[in-house]
Write a protein that binds this ligand. Structure first.
Ligand SMILES: [Fe+2]
Length: 142
């Protein structure tokens, strides 16, 4: 595995972790108005997994099929499942979006990405910045 495909696979693991954190959030959060957006964002992460796996296959690598042992998110599924109250959950998600947006931002520094790979990562980065901003707004409104 090259350092590039290692990076793509790490991002894919991270997106799997994010989906798990979103699912825990959807289980725990009380305000139904918040759920619509959170479901939409969760689907963005599922799309990220699909796109990254396509890139891995194009590079002759195996698809990533789930999370790995190395948890990167600071407020993963297990932490969120134990939180009480929408405010605490929203704040935890802000921390997670920070991790995912920084991971994508850092990935763009890699200089051997093809234009297509770069544009996929760029789109994911934009998604993460959008998620982070929304969770920040909601967390401060609560
Ligand atoms: Fe996100």
């Amino acid at each position: 595995m090259s350092s590039k495909t290692k990076l793509l696979s790490e991002l894919c693991h991270l997106d799997y972790d994010a989906v798990a954190a979103y699912e825990a959030t959807l289980d725990r959060i009380e305000d139904d108005n918040l759920k619509v957006k959170i479901r939409e964002f969760c689907n963005d992460h599922r799309d990220h997994i699909k796109s990254l796996n396509e890139l891995l296959i194009q590079n002759g690598e195996e698809k990533v099929t789930g999370t790995d042992m190395k948890k990167i998110l600071t407020k993963g599924k297990v932490v969120i499942a134990d939180l009480m109250g929408d405010s605490a959950i929203l704040k935890a998600m802000v921390a997670n979006e920070k991790v995912t947006s920084e991971a994508y931002e850092k990935a763009l520094e890699k200089d051997d990405l093809t234009p297509n790979e770069r544009s996929v990562i760029e789109i994911h980065w934009q998604d993460e910045k959008r998620h982070k901003q929304w969770f920040e707004e909601m967390a401060s409104a609560y």
